[in-house]
Design a protein around this ligand. Structure first.
Ligand code: DLL
Length: 435
């Protein structure tokens, strides 16, 4: 059945048709971008206009845009429409300096709502579903982004917002929630509270779909969420600079995330050489918006690391798939000269059924050496036997060493002892930077 949110003609477009659409939209985007002070100056200096674009390859003639550009043109240097046409802004907090600001016209917000509705429809959400959003509402785009998307789809929406797990569970039961959006670290927290409350989500609720995203998570963590909650958990990727949630999303096949190529042009580059990488080779995701009015972004370097998956997706959608985000280039820890991403450590930890879902990696300088400490909570299985604990610690250490090529100190701690943040999980404490 064709419905507004199964946009078959777009989602299954042939490559030549898609490229034709992208080329037309890219030309319009470059034209629109020249209204923004930042691009106006830049393009003038480089002699670039919409006429530069004759095919998609011509995009490479344009320079990249970086997060630093957004920061240094805070707050309105990227505005491509008059002020009275901007109806909302979202801002992401920077730890240092200016935050980044993203501007939207009403049309931009409508496109975004359609985009999120499309993703939710893809994983099986319908207007008969009750959708509960456990994201903070505010500048974080997981709140309003999902809210408007789910309303667009016609779900009964429960804007529960973040925290208060007992209340979340009461809503889930009382309102018959069937679809939830949660960041993965909160999905696992919710699963724990279900257990503490003696409620079996599989029997006592209508839950069937979890949309999980906004922070890196491993396949192993997803599987645990699915098992603990008796749901299907779909990976949802996005970032404020590209609206927010809805940029790329898994379909029911769960074999990579379709990235909506009618709305963005996707490149994956080697962050050092800035040249495109081959399919299957990891690199930095670079995105160009194709439909944005208030704030077009050209070749935006996301810092997220992923790779293109090859082959057709059995779901029939033709938009390219990217692998789950492996980390951000700025998440990479360099310890004793070895490059390590937190997700590599998570992947190993999640293999141990004796372990819980919460962990913290601390890196500090001891003497002249950088040392890594991995603290991880035990699961529900009580291990009182010291010898067994020692053997488990040894086994985890060995497997971590095989993966990250250095030997961390592993400390098993009791469930509930590692502090949890309300927003995105903090997995790494790098104390070296404080010295
Ligand atoms: O996290 C938007 C969002 C909200 C996405 C809700 C999905 C669901 P920011 O706060 O700007 O926006 O953070 C964006 O988070 O560049 C990635 O590094 C990371 N990220 C987002 N989704 C995923 C994911 C929102 N599925 C940054 N897997 C991005 C891994 C993710 N990392």
């Amino acid at each position: 059945m064709t419905n507004e949110y199964w946009q078959e003609e777009i989602e299954t477009m042939s490559r030549p048709e898609l490229e034709k659409l992208q080329t037309e939209r890219l030309k319009a985007t470059i034209k629109q971008a020249q209204n923004a002070p930042f691009y106006k100056k830049l393009f003038k200096e480089k002699g670039l206009t919409e006429e530069t674009i004759t095919n998609l390859e011509d995009l490479k003639k344009f320079p990249f845009t970086t997060k630093e550009d957004l920061r240094s043109h805070y707050p309105f240097g990227f505005a491509a429409v008059p002020h009275n046409e901007i109806v909302r802004l979202h801002s992401s907090s920077g730890t240092t300096g200016n935050p980044t600001v993203v501007l939207h016209t009403q049309k931009d917000l409508d496109t975004w709502a359609d985009q999120v509705a499309r993703c939710m429809y893809m994983v099986g959400a319908r207007n008969t579903d009750v959708f509960q959003n456990t994201s903070g509402y505010g500048m974080f785009t997981g709140g309003l982004g999902y809210q408007y998307g789910a309303e667009r789809l016609g779900c009964l929406t429960v804007p529960a917002a973040a925290g208060n797990s007992k209340r979340q569970i009461k809503f889930i039961k009382d309102f018959g929630t069937s679809v939830i959006h949660a960041i993965p670290s909160y999905a696992t927290r919710l699963a724990e509270v279900f257990q503490e409350e003696g409620i079996d989500p599989k029997k006592d609720t209508n839950l069937k779909i979890f949309c999980i995203g906004a922070e890196p998570h491993s396949e192993e963590q997803r599987k645990r969420i699915e098992k603990m909650l008796g749901v299907k958990a779909y990976n949802s990727f996005g970032m404020s600079e590209m609206n927010g949630p809805g940029v790329a999303f898994e379909c029911k096949e769960q074999n990579g995330l379709h990235i909506w190529e009618d709305l963005v042009i996707v490149e994956i580059i080697n962050p050092e050489t800035l040249e495109p990488v081959k399919d299957g080779e990891m690199g930095e995701l670079v995105l160009t918006t194709l439909c944005r009015e208030a704030m077009p972004l050209i070749r935006y370097r996301t810092r997220d690391l992923t790779y293109f998956l090859t082959g057709d997706c059995p779901c029939g959608r033709t938009h390219r798939r990217i692998a789950r985000i492996q980390g951000r280039s700025d998440d990479m820890m360099i310890v004793k000269g070895v490059n390590i991403f937190p997700i590599q450590i998570e992947r190993i930890l999640m293999k141990f059924k004796e372990l819980g879902m919460n962990y913290l990696i601390t890196i500090e300088t001891i003497g002249n050496n950088d040392e890594m400490l991995v603290e991880v909570e035990l699961g529900d299985v009580k291990i009182d036997d010291y010898t067994k604990l020692q053997a488990l610690t040894k086994d985890i250490t060995r497997q971590l060493k095989d993966e990250i090529l250095l030997t961390p100190r592993v400390k098993l701690v009791e469930k509930g002892t590692i502090p949890q943040s309300e927003g995105k999980a903090v997995r790494v404490k790098d104390l070296r930077k404080l010295i």
